[in-house]
Ligand binder design. Structure first.
Ligand code: SF4
Ligand code: SF4
Ligand code: SF4
Length: 316
């Protein structure tokens, strides 16, 4: 009975993800009916200063985990589809925490200091937008490079972009890590590792009864494969896990601090370059989340700007 329930939730989650991707795809194709799917994308919401949406996503993630990553984010869903097509198997967890924090620190610092260049490069919605732009208009080089990059990462590890580079995923992971409800392995676990073979981000380690809720994207793929239903959700009574290794903590903090400083320096340099080279404004980051001005895609630009207007362009 429980197996049927877990399979039902998995199918429900996959159906919602499919609908979400279809809604975004149709909006890119010109339909105005499903543009709400674009309005709840995180970086465009930050750029539009839609703080209610941002707070809603963060609160939901805090309470229930990173469902945003398995249902809402088009780049995450695209990686799942690519992994399915390429028949990639899951690989054991590699926690690239330092890289994640450094990338997020650099990205958000440069964005706050006035440059949208790195944001536009790494924001998952922009990333996805470039790929769609390439499909619609193959000479669009940045889109082709983005598609090749995501394929290479998926071949190396399912959802590698999510677990190593995505600045949005890092923020959501930090929220999920301190939230009140956690997915956990119970002592019924047989250590058969069927769940690790199903997990796209490698956040399960049955040998140590660990499930990293910071990385877990709540895809629910591990639930139906467990023969004894040893994976469940429970209230988190323990304090948030802390890395107590002083050396690791210091090097992690130092890396993030250097990344933040580098991000601010980058933004300043980019602003100076822009003053010297006005043409750079042609590569500005559009609030809808795609480097639209880098190429000529009037239909996409028109649809996104109408439905998701950018109050101002932030040039790098
Ligand atoms: S980690 Fe980033 S790219 Fe991956 S699903 Fe989440 S928001 Fe999207
Ligand atoms: S599938 Fe279930 S029993 Fe097997 S290792 Fe994972 S949690 Fe344990
Ligand atoms: S632990 Fe389960 S729900 Fe979380 S990412 Fe892995 S397979 Fe998905």
């Amino acid at each position: 009975m429980k197996k049927k329930k877990t399979t039902f939730f998995l199918l429900l989650r996959m159906s919602l993800a499919f609908l979400s991707l279809a809604a975004i795809g149709m909006t890119f194709a010109g339909s105005q009916s499903f543009s709400a799917a674009i309005k709840i994308q995180m970086f465009p919401a930050i750029d539009r200063k839609a703080w209610g949406i941002v707070a809603g996503i963060l609160l939901f993630t805090f309470l229930f985990g990173r469902f945003y990553c398995s249902v809402v984010c088009p780049l995450g869903i695209l990686q799942d589809i690519l992994a399915f097509i390429l028949r990639r198997k899951s690989v054991p967890a590699v926690n690239r925490r330092k890289i994640r924090y450094a990338v997020a620190g650099f990205t958000f610092a440069s964005f706050a200091a006035g440059s949208g260049f790195i944001t536009g490069m790494l924001d998952p919605y922009s990333f996805f937008g470039r790929i769609i732009a390439f499909i619609r208009n193959p000479p669009y080089l940045a889109g082709g490079i983005s598609l090749i990059a995501i394929i290479i990462m998926t071949v190396r590890q399912k959802r590698m972009f999510c677990s190593a580079f995505c600045p949005i995923g890092t923020i959501l992971g930090a929220c999920a890590k301190v939230g009140p409800f956690k997915m956990k392995l119970s002592d019924k676990c047989l250590k058969c590792h069927r769940c690790t073979a199903a997990c796209p981000v490698g956040c399960l380690a049955p040998d140590t009864a660990a499930l990293d809720n910071e990385l877990c994207i709540r895809c629910l793929k591990c639930l139906p494969v467990c023969p004894v239903n040893a994976i469940g959700v429970s209230a988190n009574t323990a304090p948030a896990e802390m890395d107590l290794s002083r050396r690791k903590f210091l090097t992690g903090s130092l890396t993030t601090a250097v990344a933040v400083g580098a991000g601010v320096a980058f933004a300043r340099t980019a602003r100076l370059s822009r003053r010297k080279t006005p043409d750079f404004t042609a590569r500005s980051y559009n609030g809808a989340g795609v480097f639209l001005k880098m190429h000529e895609l009037p239909a996409v630009r028109f649809n996104l700007q109408r439905k998701c207007p950018a109050p101002q362009n932030k040039a790098f």
